[in-house]
Design a protein around this ligand. Structure first.
Ligand code: HEM
Ligand code: HEM
Length: 456
């Protein structure tokens, strides 16, 4: 099944470079996350150094987890999976490496500018225009490489992972341009309500049309292989694909239910947020039926273990999300830590779990050697798992306290002492995720460069 390691030296270089990118930024992003969490306990934390104040490092944390850690982690797997299922090589490793370089340059410029106070001030679209241009260029290079790989394929049938990976890249390249209003370099924004609508069209599509399809692409590939069973249903996988594209694109306005946007738009976003049950459950039924009776195999394969756990968090975050789109529920959950909890379940519990699983699944296959340490990978799994569960519980409780207090007319500052303890707990739990990131970085660097393991 595996090519010998001599030929592997020249192949999969792009996948390896994306692996490394993801591992490095994971460590960096969680370090910054810990600083941000520290500020929420002690506002004078870090002595208020200008380029490290909360308002600057919060967007750095969020952009790093999205663009530095999770997306490159998933793209690493895509650069292995797409050529593999098409029975060919990636079109151009040189182009691949160019995309990794541009990608990292975009992040570096973006976060240096953010810490210097240069921001476009719109959530998930904070990066300044030159960094935006580099992000778009990186997506374009990845897209050309993947499409050309499809064109030069030996396998006529396109397995569903290829559909998802290509759709993620092309749709994000487009929505990124729209959401960042790239035709207005000075502000990167429209004005007033139309700007809010456009921003959240793009904002939720970062999760729905980038992280979700890339994560599903990886799960669809790994779970059948790890369980040594064919996918339960190819028809269902396509029903899931098209329903995801149709439904997810309409739900961004559920972020604006408390804002004077047209009612018809709110109604569409609420109805489609509930309809999200269709693509979500179609995917989950397909994957869980494939894994039925084979949990032993999943447990034995560290990559599949991460990924299967990610599917469980996908279930939780989606059911929670559909509920949060109901105005009655959102009256309590909006603008407080409940949403931050949901964000960590989604981006960390679902997408990042699958990204890490993908990395551990492909690493032995792209290096020709076993993982440097299966024990460390397992340890990282438990740290991340406990971290996500801990974050979810603590932030959800804090959010409920805040939401109910505000609903009862309480002022904001009087709720702060009540949630202080939960902020402290978040930092304590954050140490688990921080350790997981550094352990993962060590394991991945050892596996890639200093691996004494025998060649497979
Ligand atoms: C050491 C671990 C981590 C800590 C201490 C941490 C802490 C934080 C803090 C303090 C915020 C700002 C919340 C606020 O404004 O009230 C935040 C936001 C966020 N974090 Fe983390 N984080 C960690 C790891 C991660 C990881 C690994 C991911 C994703 C893979 C992630 C994804 C996010 C996202 C998406 C947001 C934005 C939430 C929103 O706007 O609702 N975080 N995090
Ligand atoms: C059925 C699927 C989902 C639905 C219906 C949904 C719904 C929602 C809603 C209504 C909000 C806004 C809450 C508010 O501001 O009051 C929200 C926020 C958020 N969701 Fe989801 N969600 C879903 C799945 C996901 C997934 C899979 C992810 C991650 C991959 C995710 C990540 C986030 C993040 C990061 C935010 C915070 C945005 C912010 O900064 O305000 N969601 N979601």
């Amino acid at each position: 099944m595996m090519a010998n390691s001599d030929s592997l030296k020249d192949t999969y270089i792009t996948a390896k470079a994306f692996c490394l990118t993801s591992a490095i930024w994971f460590a960096f992003a969680t370090t910054i996350g810990m600083m941000a969490a520290g500020y929420l306990i002690a506002p004078d934390f870090m002595a208020n150094i200008g380029w490290l104040v909360f308002s600057r490092i919060r967007p750095i944390h969020v952009n790093l987890v999205l663009l530095g850690f999770v997306t490159p982690g998933l793209l690493a797997s895509a650069f292995y999976i797409v050529p593999k299922v098409l029975r060919t090589r990636i079109y151009s490793e040189k182009l691949g490496i160019a995309s990794v370089i541009v990608w990292n340059l975009a992040i570096l410029i973006g976060i240096i500018a953010l810490s210097a106070g240069h921001t476009q001030g719109r959530e998930y679209a904070e990066l300044i225009w030159p960094a935006d241009m580099l992000v778009i260029l990186a997506f374009a290079l990845v897209f050309v490489n993947l499409v050309m790989t499809v064109r030069t394929r030996k396998e006529p049938i396109l397995f569903v992972s290829v559909w998802y990976a290509l759709a993620a890249v092309v749709l994000t390249a487009v929505t990124y341009c729209l959401g960042n209003v790239v035709w207005r370099p000075d502000t990167g924004a429209l004005v007033g309500i139309p700007d809010a609508i456009l921003l959240w069209f793009y904002g939720h599509n970062v999760f729905g049309l980038l992280l979700t399809p890339l994560s599903l692409a990886v799960a669809y590939y790994v779970i059948p292989l790890a369980t040594r069973k064919p996918l339960y249903s190819h028809t269902l996988s396509l029903v899931g694909f098209w329903s995801l594209l149709v439904v997810y694109t309409h739900i961004g306005t559920h972020h604006l239910l408390q804002v004077p946007v047209p009612t018809w738009l709110k109604v569409i976003s609420i109805v489609d947020s509930i309809a999200m049950v269709i693509p979500v459950m179609v995917f989950l039924i397909n994957i869980w039926y494939t894994a039925r009776g084979r949990l032993g195999e999943i447990h034995a394969n560290i990559g599949a273990k991460f990924i299967f756990t990610g599917t469980i968090f996908y279930f939780i975050v989606s059911i929670q999300g559909s509920m949060m789109a109901l105005p009655q529920v959102q009256r309590v959950t909006h603008f407080n830590n409940w949403v931050v909890g949901h964000a960590h379940v989604g981006v960390l519990g679902f997408s990042a779990m699958i990204a890490l699983g993908g990395l551990y699944f492909i690493l032995p296959r792209i290096t020709g050697k076993p993982l440097y340490s299966r024990f460390l990978a397992d340890f990282q799994y438990w740290l991340v798992m406990l971290g996500v569960i801990g974050f979810t519980v603590v932030l959800t409780i804090a959010g409920l306290i805040q939401g109910n207090a505000w609903l009862n007319g309480e002022t904001l500052y009087r709720t702060l002492p009540q949630i202080h303890m939960y902020y402290v707990l978040r930092v304590a739990i954050g140490f688990l995720i921080l350790s997981a990131a550094y352990i993962g970085l060590y394991n991945i660097v050892r596996t890639l460069f200093f691996n004494p393991g025998a060649e497979t």
